[in-house]
Design a protein around this ligand. Structure first.
Ligand code: GLN
Length: 304
C-alpha cells in the first residue's frame, strides 16, 4: 500500500468535503474548541507513520477511552464480565435509558454509557487506584507519560451529567452497580475527560491491530482471543445507533467520541485516528466518517 500517495489524495478529498456537523454543546466545556480543527494519523504495525493536519493537538477523546476501560475489565474478569454487560448492538443513542428499564439494568454492550458505567463500577471494585491504573495503561500503550485527565471537562460533565446519573441509579436499583453512585460517576467522568492527540491514539490502539500485542514494545496487552472480541464489539457497537452505517461505509472496527475523535483498526495492518469536532446527528464526527469512508473505499482495505 502506498500510504504516502493515499495521504496526498486525502488532502485533495478534504477540500471537497463540506463540514456539515455541529460541535457538541450538551457538555458545555466541549464547545470550547475550534470547529475547524482536523487531524488524521495512521500508524502501521511495522511503525510507519502518516499524518495530516493538527495531529499533535490534544483533544477530549471522550468515549474512545471506553475501549481502554473494557480492556482492563476484560483482563480482570475474563468471561465473568459478560454476567454484568452484554455484547449486542443497542440500536439506541449512547445515553438512552429506555432499553435499560425493560432489560432490567443489564446494558447491551460496554460502549453505550450504561455499559461503560458498569465497567467503571467493576474497575472500582477490583483496583486499588483505578484512575492511576487506567492512565498507566494508556501511557504505556503509546509510550508517552504526558497523558492525563482534564478537570475542566470532567467537572463540566459532572454539572450536566443528569442522564448518566439517571443511568447509574437505574442500574443500582436492579443490583448491577455495587459501589456508591457518586464514585462510579466520578471515575466515569474522568475516563471521558482524557486528552490525547491523533498520533498518540493511533499508537495506543495498535495492540488491537496485532492480535493483542503492542508491536512496538512486544508486550502482550490482551490474548489474541480477547483482541478479536474487543474488535468485534467495536465493529458492532462502537458507533451506537450508527454502528451499521459505519460498517456499511467504512468497514473497520472503530470507536467514536463526542469530542469528534474516531479510532479505527485494520487487524494485521494499521490503526488510524481522525479528529474533526463537528458531529452528525448521531454524535459521531461528520468529516471523520467521510474521510475514513474515502480511505477504505479508495484503498479497498476495509475488512469486508
Ligand atoms: N462523556 C460523554 C457522555 O457521557 C461520552 C459520550 C460519547 O463520547 N459518545 O455523554
Amino acid at each position: 500500500m502506498n500510504y504516502k500517495k493515499l495521504f496526498k489524495e486525502i488532502e485533495t478529498e478534504l477540500e471537497k468535503i463540506e463540514d456539515l456537523g455541529e460541535v457538541a454543546t450538551y457538555i458545555p466545556e466541549l464547545h470550547n474548541v475550534d470547529p475547524g480543527k482536523f487531524a488524521i494519523h495512521l500508524t502501521t504495525i511495522d511503525n510507519q507513520h502518516y499524518s495530516l493536519g493538527n495531529s499533535n493537538d490534544k483533544f477530549s477523546i471522550q468515549s474512545i477511552s471506553k475501549v481502554f476501560a473494557l480492556t482492563m475489565a476484560f483482563n480482570l474478569e475474563d468471561e465473568k464480565l459478560w454476567e454484568r454487560v452484554g455484547v449486542e448492538p443497542s440500536g439506541t443513542p449512547f445515553n438512552s435509558l429506555v432499553q435499560l428499564e425493560y432489560e432490567k439494568g443489564f446494558p447491551r454492550n460496554p460502549f453505550i454509557n450504561a455499559g461503560a458505567l458498569v465497567i467503571c463500577d467493576i474497575l472500582i471494585s477490583r483496583l486499588e487506584n483505578p484512575k492511576q491504573e487506567l492512565l498507566k495503561l494508556i501511557r504505556d500503550l503509546c509510550g508517552n507519560p504526558d497523558i492525563g485527565y482534564c478537570s475542566r471537562i470532567s467537572e463540566s460533565e459532572r454539572l450536566t451529567g443528569h442522564r448518566n446519573t439517571a443511568l447509574v441509579n437505574l442500574m443500582k436499583s436492579f443490583g448491577n452497580i455495587k459501589n456508591v453512585v457518586e464514585d462510579v460517576l466520578d471515575f466515569y467522568f474522568n475516563l471521558c475527560s482524557i486528552e490525547m492527540n491523533c498520533k498518540e491514539l493511533a499508537q495506543a490502539f495498535l495492540y488491537l491491530a496485532s492480535h493483542g500485542v503492542n508491536p512496538l514494545t512486544k508486550e502482550r496487552i490482551v490474548t489474541a482471543s480477547k483482541a478479536k472480541r474487543i474488535n468485534a464489539i467495536m465493529q458492532l457497537c462502537g458507533f451506537y445507533d450508527e454502528a451499521g452505517e459505519f460498517s456499511f461505509k467504512v468497514g473497520l472496527p472503530g470507536k467514536s467520541g463526542v469530542g469528534g475523535g474516531i479510532i479505527a483498526i485494520h487487524p494485521g495492518k494499521y490503526s488510524i485516528a481522525v479528529w474533526s469536532p463537528k458531529l452528525n446527528a448521531k454524535g459521531n464526527s461528520y468529516k471523520g466518517m467521510r474521510i475514513l469512508e474515502f480511505l477504505t473505499t479508495r484503498t479497498k482495505s476495509s475488512i469486508f
